[in-house]
Write a protein that binds this ligand. Sequence first.
Ligand code: HPA
Ligand code: ZN
Length: 337
Amino acid sequence: MEKSEFYTFLKGIPKAELHIHIEAVMSKDTIKKLYLKKNGVEFSDAEMTELFNYSDLNGFIAAFLKVQDLFTSVDDFDLIFEDLKNYLLRNGIAYCEAFFAPSAFIKKGFSYAEMTKNFQKNLKKIEEETGIKVLLMGDVSRTFGLENAENNFKMFSENPFEGFIGIGLGGAESKGPSKDFGPVFEKAHKAGFHAVAHAGEDCGPESIWDAIKICKAERIGHGITASQDEELMKYLSENKIALEVCPTSNVFTKKYVKAMSEHPVRQFFDKKVPVVIGTDDPIFFGVELLDEYWNLYTDLKFTKEEFKELIMNSFDYSFLSPSDKFTFKNSVEDSWK
Ligand code: HPA
Ligand code: ZN
């Protein structure tokens, strides 16, 4: 299939996006607006280039924090949700589970209760304007230690809101291994929250084992180093624990994937490890969901039928109710014809 035909076809198939960070879907235009609002001067092209100049996960996370630092008030999130809405529409995404990372906002004095009001308002607005359902997961974060993560969890549990479904564990993996965050996950499970964790993105398979055994994560963000451990791949397959694979993100942060053609997602898929495709940080890695599918098509030789399985997975491994999964999967079948 030609590129334009591929994009048109795939855009028309309803898909779920299960691994994306809302702060990382903002457009360059929004970055410029926020910078001007904060600093009273324009953000230059040279500064924009510099912002996106990093070569590993920790460098990227530093850039992610700089972008969060551009926010000066809670209503700045309106711009992000508008960007998110446009992103979802451009990519034919019918359902989305997205992360937000509150630590940096709380540190600068934002009220979490105000943030939740804004989030709820914007989720409703997206659904009313487009029919697309977006649910949020709060990143307790591993970057600032266990105490900060515990505080984030406390904040989430004391301020529940419609559209909030659980916790994630993102940030600098090499500085905050999964095993250190068991106590937060235990509380989250007790509170009835869903719980997922980034693992095996910047560390070896032991980090994934810890995310599963200690944190009891329901899905693993990235999980690419599972490819180094046959037993782990077998475990993921048998226990139906999905990897949220974001191929371009891994090529960018380089540590374990040197080129798209070498990405282990092909190996996972062939070994029946459940995989869902996500984008992680579209603005930072210059990639959107349709592009990721195109990468799988051109560099990893995924077939049309295999795409259908990946798209069905995106609903099957979501946190939707069984009846909603059924409805979405029927709409995939209908639009596939
Ligand atoms: N890994 C860890 N933390 C993150 C990421 C990621 O890919 N994106 C945003 N926060
Ligand atoms: Zn991520």
